[in-house]
Design a protein around this ligand. Structure first.
Ligand SMILES: [Fe+2]
Length: 293
């Protein structure tokens, strides 16, 4: 089943440079029909589990829903077709943006159940429980006065698919982006940034180590204010950062190691229904990684 179809850029995005550069998609007609029926079907389902996959410091947990909980056989069958489309999904280095992913018929709860079930089937197909994570939103604000600076999520799977649901009004909680290519250029122009560390950044991004999470390592290099390069680097990153304000039902898909993302300040902590964050590997990524091994 085809998952997405192209669509026009929404009017309110025409003020954002990146929004004008990327391709816009929405659910395909078939997916829209499927998800509309699905959303009604799962209204009363409350068997979604939250699975903690690791006892390491790094937060690694996922929502999951057993497909046996879906009584409608036809829907279950269609779900397997959709899984294949995610598995062979082709992406390039550019982000893609989405609109109208939540609408009158497709509910947030419907998508929540859909991605939880999709994760269960995809991991079986890939024979790897780490290949797909439907990652809950962490609601505890850390520091940075409500801002979430540019970062990579660094999950083991690489394709980051976000659909926004509960977003603050106005100029708060604006998404920010910077490409890895741009970051590399910035790092090479940041005189105070040691070249050894530049190599370390490349290494962190190229290698995904299952036993050693690199989220903190990257964060400390870029965002530790005690680094002597902090100010010079941040000024440069600030000047190249892209801003995009997503509304309910909009979102994006990026290769996590090719794009940094973040969020501007919000007054309130995000709640668990802020967004859907589905992170998955594709056949292409798995094949590429297995060659390296
Ligand atoms: Fe993130």
């Amino acid at each position: 089943m085809k998952i997405f179809q192209t669509t026009n850029i929404p009017d309110h995005h025409k003020e954002f440079k990146l929004s004008k550069k990327v391709n816009w998609y929405t659910w395909s007609k078939e997916m829209n029909d499927f998800l509309s029926i699905w959303s009604k079907e799962v209204r009363k389902i409350n068997q979604i589990r939250r699975i903690y996959m690791s006892n390491q410091k790094y937060i690694h947990d996922t929502y999951a829903l057993k497909t046996s909980k879906i009584e409608n056989k036809e829907l279950r069958k269609q779900l397997y077709d959709i899984v294949d489309s995610f598995y062979i999904f082709k992406h390039n280095s550019q982000p893609i943006f989405f609109t109208n992913m939540i609408n009158e018929d497709i509910t947030f709860n419907g998508l929540h159940c859909f991605f939880a079930a999709l994760r269960e089937i995809l991991i079986r197909k890939m024979n790897d429980r780490w290949s797909v994570i439907y990652s809950p939103v962490y609601t505890r604000q850390k520091n940075n006065e409500g801002e979430f600076p540019l970062h990579y999520d660094m999950f083991i799977p690489k394709i980051l698919f976000m659909i926004y649901n509960n977003v603050p009004q106005g100029k708060q909680g604006v998404s920010t982006f910077l490409s890895t290519k741009e970051l590399e250029k910035i790092l090479s122009k940041t005189k105070s940034f040691p070249s050894k560390k530049r190599k370390l950044v490349t290494e962190i991004l190229r290698k995904t180590e299952r036993q050693r999470d690199q989220y903190g390592a990257f964060w400390d290099l870029i965002h530790d204010e005690n680094n002597e390069w902090y100010e010079e680097l941040h000024d440069k990153m600030e000047s190249k950062k892209e801003f995009v304000k997503f509304k309910k039902g909009e979102g994006f898909l990026v290769h996590d190691r090719l794009w940094l993302h973040g969020r501007t300040k919000t007054r309130k902590n995000p709640n668990v229904k802020r967004l859907i964050r589905f992170v998955f590997n594709t056949q292409k990524i798995i094949e590429k990684e297995s060659i390296k091994v």
